[in-house]
Design a protein around this ligand. Sequence first.
Ligand code: ZN
Length: 394
Amino acid sequence: MARATLYTHLRIWDGLGATYRDDVDALRVEGDRIAWMGRTDDVGADANARDMGGLTAVPGLIDAHVHMVLDPDVRDPLAQTAPDRAVRAAAMAQRAADMVRAGITTARDLGGGEWLELELRDRIARGEAVGPRLVCAGQPVTSPGGHCHFWGGTAADVDAAAAVIARQHERGVDLIKVMATGGTMTKGTTPRDAQFDRETLAAIVALARERGYAVAAHCHGTAGIRYAAAAGVATIEHCSWVGENGWGADYDAEVAAELAARGIWVSPTVNLGWKRHQGSGSDHEKRLLANFAAMRAAGVKLTASTDAGIPNVRHADLAKTLPVFAHIAGFTNAEVLTSATADAARAIGLGTTTGRLARGYSADVLFVDGDPLADLGCLVAPAQVLARGVAVIG
Ligand SMILES: [Zn+2]
């Protein structure tokens, strides 16, 4: 029989809704699953019971966009590669341990060059390393000289893209990432410009989907967002609405309506550094607030994500970032928590596995001392974290 632990005297927020559950205050974990939720008063003496003394339980957090391979203290992506592969792998394993101890029990890795993050994913799944459940894209498909071309996923045409996708398939990726526009990290690319025309992007996405993969599309410029929406990707990363007049200056209501109609998630990679915009009253902040309000009014779904690994964006900082995301997206605390739990799980294809506290779901649980629906700050220092049923603190 699987190892079982009963956690009692909890306050439970289950990933959905605006308030705590008033009908349950206990949960039993069997193996890696939540086997039961109910009332402390209804369970008899149980040798495996743990009185949690009124701690709050919420689902483990999910970051929908990270790069395990990137060291946030290194600015130049080409200088990222430590000469020794074992050193790189050890650094990644340390990041994974830091993340899960900070309450991140699942993360989607959207790119690296040598599939090291897939090895880490498998070691974590086997219980040989401590870390979040990882969902990995491997080498992103990009144009010659395009965004993150140094990771090896360069494709000049659809046939070349098919070869890149086949290579990722052989390596055992979970999804395909495509760079629909340029990025800030790669010299010689322009975030505004689409890297593939509409037809080529549609063909690349179709190839990935034929193999059963969801596609995450990196999109800063509005043209790339438009093509990715038409191609039927699962998630739009960044979604910066960059146009002729700069960042956030080319919001397109028609494209937003298409995202909403097709159920395409926006993963806006709001990181802790965006705090500098918060309350600045700058034109940039005004455009951000207006664009997020418009997307939400149009029915576009948003998932929390940080792009952890890019310069100064730390892998374990999702909880710290949620108040910033809440401000920019106009979310209540409960809404931003849903974006980082139940909704993030749906966005990355794990909506029936994790992101909620419910019977049958993975036992990914964050126990905090405080009231996160009133003050998100208490999420930053969890009292305990369960990752697939295993306690990772202490
Ligand atoms: Zn990224």
